[in-house]
Design a protein around this ligand. Structure first.
Ligand code: F6R
Length: 604
């Protein structure tokens, strides 16, 4: 959460900061600000609201200067206000700081500094960094920062600049991402690589415990004790062209429509000559006796779907946990457990902490990650990339499909290696799964019909999502999508559990989204649907084309291709995403940047 940028070089800093902030905005968007070192003094502009609002203000405030800091905020400490927006500064406004993370012991440090006469303006934890630097700044900025690091506790990526050393930035990271961009015309310190679009593709991924000192003509990386650290640079491979809306009204809709392409990309990458090749050491899978899958939000739902599939195919136990629960429970991981974490961003604080915990326990780790070079991707023993490309809409869509797809391949591969599925089934499934892009296209073709359904139900106060078996996690995901972008309360429930409580909610004003597929739970789910109908629930059914019996029960029907149950888990998300999207459109919600949310949750 929060996006930070520092720039020093030969270019005018303001446009660089503005471009980067626009791209970092998905990390938080309740306030934004910039500081530019201009004629030896810092000039600061910051305010509540999105980057666009800041840009409008900046049109009337000329700012020039070749060093600057920028920030887009997701509030943790202190309300959303101008004074709490970053950058923050010291008593003399000579030292500027932008920060992502939480300084946990800030209250105690603030008291100490106030007793020494420091004057604080904001309620933030971040401001402490500027005052501590001021306190310790006797020689160089990096020396002061290193002293600060020995005092602060928590998670952080921050960048500091000082008027005293006008061509220098100092950054540090611990448990929040920070990347150094190496451009021809300067250096960039940013929260993630997407901020570097059109600036440079050459980066140094900083690690926890790194301090980076950047000057106009070079950089140096130190550890928290000031000792030099060696780092190599990497080239970003991402196709950045996906970073505009391409004519769609929202990134979310564009990303929904990109899903067939995302799956095609993964087919090309991981299926060759009728074989799955995940480009990892297969012994990791061969030796795994138990899978422990850990993730948050949408990625957690992908993990839950895979639990059904992997247990069915590979016949090994699978446990799925949310990262925030895993890390604070006394989990017992047996030998030969394979820990798998799933993350779009590769930076989610709880998932990263869970990964580190597993590594500390000596467990093998595998990350299923979208963002190349992200911290989780770099720290896991092995990584499988999901190749969804940059996902900008805060509500995850194409990253989810990519995770589901990769986890299906992983399950099949495991089963093949463990000899738990018939080779004929394996081959035919591999043929069928390559049809998924086509099936996804036909799900997308239902968009206008789904829009009409949304037009009729968008005023509801609550929604219930029901499914059984391997589509149950998709019910959770459908409810999550609706909640986050339309602000309607929604719950996902296993169909069979309904009569243990939620059935009390059923009445004619409650839309019930029911997911049915072919397979062993179809008839059971149909019975649950009849129970809803008997109580006048309004049923929106998502079911295989041609299932007339189900169609007759539904008030609104959304048909998907009639594929086997396992494959249906890859198709069902499309109608769920489209329904949430059009409901949110009707309610005039801020779809790409829903309130209170941020794309990358880098605080716990
Ligand atoms: C929901 C959503 C979130 C994320 C969750 C994990 O649409 O996007 O629930 O799935 O915050 O994020 P990653 O996958 O980046 O670890």
């Amino acid at each position: 959460m929060c996006g930070i940028i520092g720039y020093v070089g030969n270019k005018s800093a303001l446009p660089v900061l503005q471009r980067a902030l626009k791209r970092l905005e998905y990390r938080g968007y309740d306030s934004a600000g910039v500081a530019i070192l201009q004629d030896g003094r810092f000039k600061v502009v910051k305010q509540p609201g999105k980057v666009e609002k800041l840009n409008v203000l900046l049109e009337s405030i000329p700012m020039h200067g070749k060093l600057g800091l920028g920030h887009t905020r997701w509030a943790t400490h202190g309300v959303v206000s101008e004074v709490n927006a970053h950058p923050h500064w010291d008593c003399k406004q000579e030292i500027m700081v932008v920060h992502n993370g939480i300084i946990e012991n800030y209250k105690h440090l603030r008291k100490e500094l106030e007793d020494k006469g420091h004057k604080f303006l904001s309620q933030t934890d971040t401001e402490i960094i500027a005052h501590l630097v001021e306190e310790y700044y006797t020689h160089t900025l990096e020396e002061a920062v290193i002293k600060v690091l020995s005092k602060i506790k928590g998670t952080y990526a921050f960048v500091v600049a000082s008027q005293r050393e006008p061509e220098k930035l100092v950054g540090a990271r611990l448990l929040s991402p920070l990347i150094l961009g190496l451009g021809e015309n300067g250096y960039y310190l940013v929260s993630d690589v997407t901020a570097l679009l059109n600036e440079t593709r050459l980066v140094v991924y900083l690690d926890d415990g790194d301090v980076v000192v950047v000057k106009k003509d070079g950089f140096q990386i130190l550890d928290f004790k000031g000792q030099p650290r060696r780092k190599t640079s990497s080239k970003i491979q991402w196709d950045f062209s996906t970073r505009d809306k391409a004519g769609y009204p929202h990134f979310m809709l564009k990303e929904i429509y990109e899903q067939p392409e995302v799956v095609k990309r993964n087919i090309t990458k991981y299926i060759r000559a009728e074989e799955i090749s995940l480009s990892i050491d297969e012994n990791i899978l061969r030796e795994a006796k138990h899978l422990w899958i850990v993730a948050c939000g949408t990625a957690y739902h992908a993990g839950l779907v895979s639990e059904y599939l992997i247990e069915r195919w590979a016949k090994i136990p699978v446990t799925v946990d949310t990262s925030s629960e895993f890390r604070y429970r006394d989990v017992v991981l047996e030998e030969n457990t394979l820990f798998i974490c799933i993350s779009q961003s590769g930076e989610t604080a709880d998932t990263l902490a869970a990964l580190r915990l597993a590594r500390k326990m000596g467990i093998r780790t595998l990350a299923v990650v979208n963002v190349e070079g992200s911290t989780i991707a770099r720290e896991a023993d092995t990584v499988i990339y999901t190749n969804a490309g940059p996902e900008i809409g805060v509500a995850s869509t194409k990253a989810y499909i990519a995770q589901l797809f990769i986890l299906q391949l992983l399950g099949l591969k495991l089963a093949q290696l463990k000899n738990t599925i018939d080779i004929g089934f394996y081959k035919s499934y591999l043929t069928e799964i390559q049809m998924i892009p086509l099936y996804l296209e036909s799900c997308l073709a239902n968009a206008s019909q789904i829009q009409k359904i949304a037009d009729e139900v968008y005023n509801a106060h609550n929604f219930l999502y029901l499914a059984r078996g391997m589509n149950f996690p998709n019910a959770l995901e459908g409810a999550l999508k609706l909640k986050e972008i339309s602000y309607i309360h929604a719950e996902g429930y296993p169909g069979g559990e309904m009569k243990h409580g939620p059935i009390a909610l059923i009445e004619d004003s409650l839309p019930v989204v029911a997911i049915l597929s072919q397979g062993r739970v179809r008839d059971k789910m149909l019975s649950n649907l009849l129970e809803v109908k008997a109580r006048h629930g309004k049923v929106i059914g998502i079911f295989p084309a041609g299932d007339q019996e189900v169609k007759e029960v539904c008030d609104y029907s959304i048909e998907i291709p009639a594929v086997r149950e396992e494959l249906s888990t890859l198709l069902v998300p499309i109608p769920l995403q489209l329904l949430a999207y059009y409901v949110a459109v009707n309610r005039k919600c801020d779809i790409d940047q829903p309130r209170n949310l941020a794309k990358s949750v880098t605080v716990e």
